[in-house]
Design a protein around this ligand. Structure first.
Ligand SMILES: Nc1nc2c(c(=O)[nH]1)N[C@H]1C(S)=C(S)[C@@H](COP(=O)(O)OP(=O)(O)OC[C@H]3O[C@@H](n4cnc5c(=O)[nH]c(N)nc54)[C@H](O)[C@@H]3O)O[C@H]1N2
Ligand SMILES: Nc1nc2c(c(=O)[nH]1)N[C@H]1C(S)=C(S)[C@@H](COP(=O)(O)OP(=O)(O)OC[C@H]3O[C@@H](n4cnc5c(=O)[nH]c(N)nc54)[C@H](O)[C@@H]3O)O[C@H]1N2
Ligand code: SF4
Ligand SMILES: [Mo]
Length: 738
C-alpha cells in the first residue's frame, strides 16, 4: 500500500488537508503544476488493454484497464485520450479497488415483518416491486409513485429509466440529483442561449489569457481540468472568486475573497465599469445579442463604492478585475457550485454570461461562459434522462416534440406527459403531503446529500414503499429502504457518458458484478417485463442498440449526435463532442459552440438577463453568528463516500472525521483550540466536527465538507426560484466547544 501511496503522490495532484495522529494539517503532497508530475511513467504492464472513461467526475478522463487472461490486473491513465493526456487523480487510480468492498449489494434485499432486510431472489424482488407500486397507483392514482435518479449512470440507462417510468409505468414525477448540481446552469443557458449548451472545449483552459473561476475549486474537484490550466503557456491571469482561500485560490493571480452570495452584485458592478470605460464589443453585441440597452441601464446603480461595500472587496480589486478582461484578448469565465447552489443561482450565472457576451468573449479559443459539470454523466442526464426535459433535448410541453419522440419510440403520443415533472424539492414535499407514497431511488443517496436532513429522513420514512437501487446496501438511503436492488457499477457494464465539454465517451464491462447484482440496464429490462410493458421496450435490447435510438431522438436538435456511427467510432476518435450531426462535415477533435455568433433562440441572438440581487434568506444572527459554507473537502472524497471510503489508499488522503474550517480569531474568541471537537448547530440540526483553525475562511464564515453525514443536518432548505436548485452554500450556525 505504501508503494501505491507513493505512486499516487508521484502521479496526481493530491489534496491538502490530512488527519495525522488525531491532528488536522494542511500540506501540499506535491505541486499541482503542469510539469509532467501527473503523467504516467513508462513501466512494465500486461499486453491486453482496453480504454474507458472514469466513473467519478465530469472531467471524463480516459483510463486504460490492463488485463491478463481476461482478468483485470491494473489501471493507468490513457496517454492518447484528448481529455487527460495521461493523467488521473487519486479517485481514478483507485477506481477498481472500491468495487470489491464487503458491503456490495449482492442479492436483492427485502424488509420483512420484523423490519429486517433479508436476501430474496430476483423473481421475488420483481414481484414485490411491481405489486406494491401498482397497488399504490391503484389506491392513490398513477402519480402517487415517483423516482429520483442520477448523473452517474450511462446515458443509455438514464434514457431507459426515464422512458420506462414515464411512458411504461405512467409516472409523471421523476427528477435527478442533477437538480442539486446543474439545474441552475441548465435554466441560465436555456434562457440566455435558447438551449442548455455549455460552449467550451478543454483546450480553452490552455488558450485563455484570463481565466475567471467563480465558486469553483477545480484544484480538488476537477484536478485534471486544473492540470490543463497549468499547461497554459500564455502567462494567464487567474482570477478566483471564492469567499475561501481554496487550493485553487492559492494559485490565483487575483483572489477575490467575496462576501458569500454577493457574486451577482459583483458582476453587475464589473459590467458597469466595462460599459463606462467603453471596454465592450459593440459589433458582437449588435450582431449576436439582444436587450443590451436595457441591461446597460439596469447596471447603472451598481457604482464601485456600493459594490465594494456589498461584496467586501476593495474598489481597486474591482477595477483590476475589469482591466484584466479589457487588457487581454481572451477571457474565459468558469463557474461551478458556488454559483449554482444559491438562492439566486440562475441570475448569478446569467450575470457571468452577460460579461462574456458584452465583451465578445464567446465562440473563440480561450473564451466562453462556461459552467463546469460535476458528475461523470451530468450532461447525459441533462439531455437524455427524461426528467426535466423530454428525451434528446426536447420539451414535454411542446406537442411537436412529443409527436417526434413518440414516432421514434413507436409509442402512442398520449403516453408522453404534456407537463413537466415536479422538481426534487416538490417531490419531497409531495411525500410530506401524502401525494407520493412510493419512491424508487436509483444511484443517488438522498438520506445524506439532500438539504435539511432531519426533515429529509422523516420524509423518506413516511413512504409506503421505498426502493433503492445501489451498488452498496449500506448507504444511508438503502438502510431506510423496503427493497434494495443490487446494481453493477462502473467497470461492470457498458454504455456512454457525456463529460463537461460535451464529449461522449465509452464505458466497458471489464469484470463481473458480484453475486446476483445486475447492470441497471438489466434491472430496467426486468422491471419492464414484470410490469407488463416489455413490448414497448423490445427494441431496447442492449446499450448499443439504445445508443441508436438516442441518435435518432437527437436528430435536428442542437445536441444532434446522429453522425456518430457506433461505440467503436467513439473509441477511434477519443470520444466525440456534441453536436455531431450526420451531415455537418466537421470532425475536429476539439470543437466549441457559437463560433459563428449564432445562438439557439429563434432570432439567433443571445439574451441579456438581469434582476435586482436579493439578500440571503438566513442571515447570521446573535444566536447563530456564523455563515456556513459547504462543498468538496478533498480530491480523494466523492460525495456521500459510499465508493471512495472503500479504498484504504484514498482513506489515507483525507481526514476521516468531519472537520470545520474556522478563522483563528473566531476560534480564539470562543476558546476553541486546534483539533478540538466542537458542536455545530443550526436552527434545524447539529453535528460534531474537529476544529481546523485557518485564515482560509474570513471571520464570521465557516466551512464543512459535504462528505460527512452530519453536514446536511445543518443546511437550510432554500431554492433558486427558477431552477429549484438547493442553496447548499449558505446558512446560519453557531459553534460550541464540545
Ligand atoms: N474530489 C471530488 N471531486 C468532485 C466531487 C466530489 O464529491 N469530490 N463532486 C463532483 C460534483 S457532482 C460537482 S457538482 C463538482 C463541484 O465542484 P465545485 O463547485 O468546484 O466544488 P464545491 O466545493 O462544492 O464548491 C466550490 C466553491 O464554492 C465556494 N462558494 C461557496 N459559496 C460561494 C459564494 O457565494 N460565491 C462564490 N464565488 N463561491 C462560493 C466554496 O467555498 C467552494 O470552494 O465537483 C465534482 N468533483
Ligand atoms: N451540503 C451539501 N450537500 C450537497 C452538495 C454540497 O455542495 N453541499 N452537493 C450536491 C451535489 S452537487 C451533488 S451532485 C449531490 C450528490 O449526491 P448523491 O448523488 O446522493 O451522492 P453519491 O454519493 O454520488 O451517491 C450516488 C449513489 O449511487 C451509487 N452508485 C454508484 N454507481 C452506481 C451505479 O452504477 N448504479 C447504481 N444503481 N448505483 C450506483 C453509490 O453507491 C451512491 O450510493 O450532493 C449534493 N449535496
Ligand atoms: S479527474 Fe475526474 S475523471 Fe479524471 S480521474 Fe479524477 S475523478 Fe476520474
Ligand atoms: Mo454535483
Amino acid at each position: 500500500m505504501n508503494s501505491l501511496l507513493k505512486r499516487l503522490s508521484e502521479l496526481s495532484p493530491v489534496s491538502l488537508i490530512h488527519q495525522r495522529d488525531g491532528k488536522l494539517t494542511r500540506e501540499l503532497l506535491l505541486e499541482p503544476a503542469g510539469n509532467g508530475l501527473g503523467q504516467v511513467p513508462s513501466r512494465q504492464l500486461p499486453d491486453a488493454t482496453t480504454t474507458m472513461v472514469c466513473g467519478y467526475c465530469s472531467t471524463g478522463c480516459g483510463l486504460k484497464i490492463h488485463l491478463r487472461d481476461h482478468e483485470v490486473v491494473n489501471l493507468s491513465p490513457e496517454t492518447n485520450y484528448p481529455v487527460n493526456l495521461g493523467m488521473a487523480c487519486p479517485k481514478g487510480w483507485e477506481a477498481l479497488t472500491v468495487l470489491d468492498a464487503p458491503d456490495r449489494a449482492t442479492t436483492p434485499l427485502l424488509r420483512n415483518a420484523d423490519g429486517q432486510l433479508v436476501p430474496v431472489d430476483w423473481n421475488r424482488a420483481m414481484n414485490e416491486f411491481v405489486s406494491r407500486m401498482k397497488a399504490i397507483q391503484q389506491t392513490h392514482g398513477p402519480q402517487s409513485i415517483a423516482f429520483l435518479s442520477t448523473g452517474q449512470i450511462p446515458t443509455e440507462e438514464m434514457a431507459f429509466l426515464g422512458a420506462l417510468a414515464k411512458f411504461g409505468m405512467g409516472m409523471l414525477h421523476g427528477d435527478g440529483n442533477t437538480r442539486q448540481c446543474m439545474a441552475t446552469a441548465v435554466v441560465a443557458y436555456k434562457q440566455a442561449f435558447g438551449f442548455d449548451a455549455p460552449p467550451y472545449t478543454y483546450a480553452d483552459f490552455e488558450e485563455s489569457d484570463v481565466l475567471v473561476f467563480t465558486g469553483a475549486n477545480p484544484c480538488l474537484a476537477h484536478p485534471i481540468m486544473w492540470e490543463r490550466v497549468m499547461r497554459n503557456r500564455r502567462s494567464p491571469e487567474i482570477i478566483v472568486i471564492d469567499p475561501r482561500m481554496t487550493e485553487t485560490a492559492m494559485y490565483a493571480t487575483q483572489h477575490l475573497a467575496i462576501a458569500p452570495k454577493s457574486d451577482q452584485t459583483l458582476f453587475y458592478g464589473i459590467a458597469r465599469i466595462l460599459i463606462e470605460q467603453g471596454w465592450i464589443n459593440h459589433t458582437f453585441i449588435e450582431q449576436s445579442t439582444e436587450d443590451f440597452e436595457k441591461f446597460a441601464k439596469f447596471v447603472e446603480p451598481f457604482e464601485i463604492s456600493r459594490v465594494a461595500a456589498e461584496t467586501h472587496l476593495r474598489p481597486e480589486q474591482l477595477r483590476r478585475f475589469a482591466e484584466s478582461i479589457h487588457e487581454r484578448d481572451r477571457t474565459s469565465f468558469w463557474w461551478t457550485m458556488g454559483v449554482n447552489q444559491s438562492h439566486q443561482g440562475v441570475r448569478t450565472a446569467q450575470a457571468i454570461i452577460n460579461l462574456a457576451l458584452m465583451t465578445g468573449n464567446i465562440g473563440r479559443p480561450g473564451t466562453g461562459a462556461n459552467s463546469i459539470t460535476g458528475q461523470c454523466n451530468a450532461m447525459g442526464s441533462r439531455l437524455f434522462s427524461n426528467t426535466t426535459g423530454l428525451l434528446g433535448g426536447h420539451e414535454f410541453t411542446n406537442p411537436s416534440h412529443r409527436e417526434k419522440v413518440a414516432k421514434v419510440l413507436g409509442i402512442d403520443p398520449v403516453r408522453i406527459p404534456s407537463e413537466n415533472s415536479w422538481a426534487y424539492n416538490e417531490i419531497m414535499e409531495g411525500i410530506l403531503r401524502g401525494k407520493i407514497k412510493g419512491l424508487w431511488v436509483i444511484c443517488t443517496n438522498p438520506a445524506h446529500s439532500w438539504i435539511n436532513q432531519n426533515q429529509a429522513r422523516d420524509i423518506l420514512d413516511r413512504l409506503d414503499f421505498l426502493v433503492v437501487q445501489d451498488m452498496y446496501h449500506t448507504t444511508e438511503t438503502a438502510q431506510r429502504a423496503h427493497l434494495i436492488l443490487p446494481a453493477a457499477g462502473w467497470g461492470e457494464k457498458e454504455g456512454t457518458f457525456i463529460n463537461s465539454e460535451r464529449r461522449i465517451g465509452v464505458l466497458k464491462k471489464v469484470r463481473k458484478a458480484p453475486g446476483q447484482a445486475l447492470a441497471d440496464f438489466q434491472i430496467f429490462q426486468l422491471i419492464a417485463h414484470y410490469w407488463g410493458c416489455g413490448e414497448m421496450f423490445q427494441r431496447w435490447s442492449d446499450p448499443a442498440t439504445v445508443f441508436e435510438i438516442l441518435k435518432e431522438l437527437s436528430q435536428g436538435r442542437p445536441c444532434d449526435i446522429s453522425g456518430i456511427t457506433d461505440y467503436s467510432f467513439l473509441e477511434e476518435h477519443g470520444g466525440v463532442q456534441w453536436p455531431f450531426a450526420a451531415d455537418q462535415g466537421d470532425d475536429r477533435q476539439e470543437r466549441r459552440l457559437f463560433e459563428d455568433g449564432r445562438f439557439f433562440h429563434a432570432n439567433g441572438k443571445a439574451k441579456f438577463l438581469a434582476e435586482e440581487p436579493r439578500p440571503v434568506t438566513e442571515r447570521p444572527s446573535a444566536q447563530f453568528p456564523f455563515q456556513l459554507l459547504t462543498g468538496r473537502g478533498s480530491a480523494s472524497q466523492w460525495h456521500t463516500q459510499t465508493r471512495t471510503s472503500k479504498s484504504a489508499v484514498l482513506r489515507k488522503l483525507y481526514p476521516e472525521q468531519p472537520f470545520i474550517e474556522i478563522n483563528p480569531a473566531d476560534a480564539r474568541a470562543l476558546g476553541i483550540t486546534p483539533n478540538a471537537w466542537v458542536r455545530v448547530e443550526s436552527q434545524r440540526g447539529e453535528m460534531r466536527a474537529m476544529a481546523f483553525l485557518t485564515p482560509a475562511v474570513a471571520p464570521g464564515v465557516v466551512f464543512i465538507p459535504m462528505h460527512y453525514e452530519g453536514t446536511n443536518r445543518l443546511t437550510d432548505p432554500v431554492f433558486d426560484p427558477y431552477s429549484k436548485q438547493p442553496s447548499y452554500k449558505s446558512c446560519a450556525v453557531r459553534v460550541i466547544p464540545a
